[in-house]
Design a protein around this ligand. Structure first.
Ligand SMILES: [Zn+2]
Length: 329
């Protein structure tokens, strides 16, 4: 089995992967499936197939609690616009460039064609993700409608396909008892639906992390957790980790476009929220200088492995910017 595997899910029901509940009772939806949700759904499938005791086996622990990575599942439009990218502040007209990426050294402040100001991305989705909105009634554990507890929920539409990568021991998660897992139920127990079919491609070749001269460009597809030697949160990747994974000395983070965010979550066993932690937001981008250009194969592996801590929970996933039709000075 190879070091990484491409997983694609296709929704057979609308999926609501709940984010933090909001004060106005409108539940926000991720426009993608976070790695933590994928991991939880695969672990649940193992337990359904092989019983609760499987969760104590070394095989299960290595797969779900080990050094592997469960990346987020995205559609073409749901990946964030990198924070290093500038766009028109207002709608651009025909004949104007659409993106200027400071990670490639494109430092324009106004569009050369129309003169309009350019502003940095806030990490919004790159394209449109089809969502449905519906108002629902909250149910008690017995399935009885709770009085007055209406909430509005957005869901990802049926037939949407989303893809991502598993890396290391996490690739074993899609086979249980040597049988492939073909269907999954996504979404937290607070959401009511979420069946998907699963397709796994162990021969797929990931796009390598971008390399410009002796520099690589890292773009976060999910929030990342980095900390210093004392355990304090940092907003920079670890050069020692990068050197080990790529097999070449990482010398310096020469440029960074980052935002802080907060991550929490829901601990299923206790039914309590997890503590909120600081994390670097998805869309954050780094340019890192190396002693020499890292190999193509090592950059492919890094693209699926991700960076930083808690990768098995979906943190620190990376993505590669799609090729662009035009470039700017
Ligand atoms: Zn313009």
């Amino acid at each position: 089995m190879s070091e990484y595997a491409r997983i694609t899910v296709t929704l057979t029901q609308p999926v609501a992967a709940g984010r933090n509940a909001r004060a106005d009772f409108r539940q926000e939806t991720h426009n993608h499936v976070p790695g933590s949700v994928l991991r939880g759904a695969l672990a649940a499938a193992w337990i359904r197939r092989r019983g609760r005791d499987i969760a104590r086996s070394p095989e299960f622990v290595e797969t779900f609690e080990g050094t592997g990575s469960f990346g987020p599942l995205h559609s073409e439009g749901s990946l964030p616009v990198p924070l290093s990218v500038k766009k028109h502040k207002y709608a651009s007209s025909d004949g104007c460039g659409s993106e200027w990426d400071a990670a490639y050294g494109e430092r324009a402040t106004t569009c050369e064609a129309c003169g309009d100001p350019l502003v940095f991305s806030k990490g919004q989705p790159r394209g449109r993700v089809p969502l449905e909105h519906r108002t629902m009634v909250a149910l008690s554990p017995k399935g009885v409608a709770l009085d007055g507890q209406l909430f509005s929920q957005s869901t990802l539409k049926e037939e949407t396909s989303l893809s991502g990568w598993l890396h290391g021991p996490a690739t074993h998660a899609v086979f249980c008892d040597d049988e492939p897992i073909r269907t999954l139920s996504l979404g937290s127990r607070r959401s009511l639906r979420g069946s998907v079919t699963v397709h796994v491609d162990t021969e797929a070749t990931p796009a390598p992390i971008e390399c410009v001269g002796e520099d690589i460009i890292l773009r976060l597809a999910s929030p990342a957790v980095f900390c210093d030697d004392f355990g304090f949160p940092m907003d920079r990747p670890d050069l020692v980790e990068l050197s080990e994974v790529l097999g070449v000395a990482a010398l310096e983070v020469t440029d960074a476009w980052t935002r802080w965010g907060e991550v929490g979550g829901w601990h299923a066993a206790s039914g309590l929220p997890k503590p909120v932690e600081r994390a670097v937001a998805a869309g954050s981008t780094y340019r890192v200088h190396f002693a020499e250009a890292p190999s193509l194969e090592s950059r492919r592996a890094l693209a699926t492995r991700g960076i930083g801590l808690r990768r098995r929970e979906g943190f620190g996933a990376l993505y590669v910017a799609p090729p662009r039709p035009e470039a700017h000075a």
